[in-house]
Design a binder for this molecule. Structure first.
Ligand code: PLP
Length: 418
């Protein structure tokens, strides 16, 4: 069965060269036969190209903070370069950084005893997620992906030769999944569940009780749980719990928690992520990484060490950024609410997920046709919901200046009314 059969007919086409480009004969290997480009990255690339061509594009497509990396982190990187931190490190990363990550995790709960041997530093949380999928899942396995969900989970699972199976969250539950939703799709072939809270694209946050229930359900069935917590520090109404907060020592055995610095510390370009897992899984991921990228950038590891250990400066920087995101969220949601737009109330991350009314767009893929029209007619870039396997929605990012967010939302509302 093909990937698209499991996920519905709303997928972007597999990779093919545009007709105008002459290419040498190339038949992709079976490894990437069904691979699709990242739709979120494609939108950003299109918005950048239009901007470069002189169009005054308001870019609400980007999934990255619009703040500079905090000064104390940049200083640490410069010092590291001058001190000669320019060589290979251990594949799994420098010990002080792995210790700092373990210590941050242990500080969350009295009985937590994570050690550096359970931490693997990678070139971005994306690589950690890929490593986890590749070492845990294989042919014949099914992996449940809460849907709407971040575009790359489906592709990563498929690259591991396993089958991603969409678990649809219900609108009444802010598109979050419950065990009833899992019941509907679980099969004897299910081997894993991917969780992501705060969630890209909806901004929903699972509370501790919800995480505990989902984890217990997975534990009873012997599934692996991969928890992508890259937005955990960006939460508005209450702190977003980690799966580590929800897991018993036994549940932790089959849990891989992935995090990184890209979103919380405005460090997208530094490319540092990590995983926390049981030591055997950590060794397997290290072995995989030893044949792909080896260690993550040494300079970036030292910059990350500053972000995780210079606590007063780090807390102030995160608080400033989250405060600004909150102001934008509040302003954008009050405009949307006043206009009667159906959206998921964002509790974390920096995204707003809006439902496109069937009447305002053509065809079954209303999100894509609406996003295309908005870009061409009103110069606003947003991401169609197909990227997250829910074609009747669109995602806008408020990781953009307040004036752009407000103007972009006004144009969205106008386009929905036109
Ligand atoms: N996970 C989610 C849900 C994301 O939205 C992103 C980036 O957009 C990533 C992971 C990748 O983050 P990183 O830059 O650490 O690879």
């Amino acid at each position: 069965m093909k990937l698209a059969d499991h996920l519905g007919a709303d997928q972007p086409a597999p990779l093919v060269p545009p007709p105008s480009v002459k290419t040498a004969p190339f038949t992709p290997s079976d490894n990437i036969a069904e691979l699709r480009e990242s739709a979120t990255i494609a939108v950003s690339a299109r918005a950048r190209a239009l901007k470069a061509a002189g169009r005054p594009i308001i870019d609400l497509g980007a999934g990255e903070p619009d703040f500079p990396t905090p000064e104390f982190i940049r200083v640490a990187a410069r010092c590291a370069i001058d001190a000669g931190a320019t060589r290979y490190t251990l594949v799994e990363g420098i010990l002080p950084l792995r210790e700092a990550i373990a210590q941050c995790a242990n500080a969350r709960r009295a009985e937590m005893d994570i050690s550096a041997s359970q931490v693997v530093i990678s070139t971005g949380s994306k690589q950690s997620l890929f490593n986890a999928c590749f070492v845990l899942f294989g042919a014949g396995d099914e992996v449940l992906v809460p849907t709407p969900g971040w575009t790359s989970y489906y592709e990563m699972v498929a690259l591991a030769k396993a089958t991603p199976v969409a678990v649809r969250g219900r609108r009444e539950n802010a598109l979050k999944i419950t065990t009833a939703d899992l019941d509907a799709v679980a099969s004897p072939r299910t081997q894993g569940l991917i969780l992501n809270s705060p969630t890209n694209p909806t901004g929903s946050v699972y509370d501790l009780a919800e995480l505990q229930t989902l984890l217990q359900y997975a534990e009873e069935r012997g599934w692996w749980v991969v928890s992508d917590e890259i937005y955990r520090q960006i939460a508005y109404d209450a702190p977003a719990p980690s799966l580590l907060d929800a897991a018993s020592p036994r549940a932790r055995e089959r849990l891989v928690v992935v995090d990184g610095v890209a979103k919380s510390y405005a460090m997208t370009g530094w490319r540092i992520g990590w995983s926390i897992s049981n030591p055997e899984v950590a060794r397997a991921m290290t072995a995989l990484q030893s044949h792909t990228t080896s260690n993550a950038s040494t300079v970036s590891q030292h910059a990350t060490l500053a972000a995780l250990t210079q606590n007063a400066e780090a807390d102030a920087a995160v608080e400033m950024m989250v405060g600004e995101f909150r102001r934008r969220r509040d302003a954008a949601t009050s405009l949307l609410r006043a206009a009667g737009v159906d959206f998921i109330e964002p509790r974390g991350a920096f995204y707003l997920y809006l439902r496109v009314p069937a009447a305002v767009a053509e065809g079954p893929d209303t999100g894509t046709s609406f996003a295309r029209r908005l870009l061409e007619k009103r110069d606003v870039a947003i991401v169609p919901g197909t990227a997250f396997h829910s074609p009747e929605w669109v995602r806008l990012s408020y990781a953009a200046p307040m004036a752009d967010v407000l103007e972009g939302v006004r144009r969205i509302v106008d386009e929905m009314r036109s």
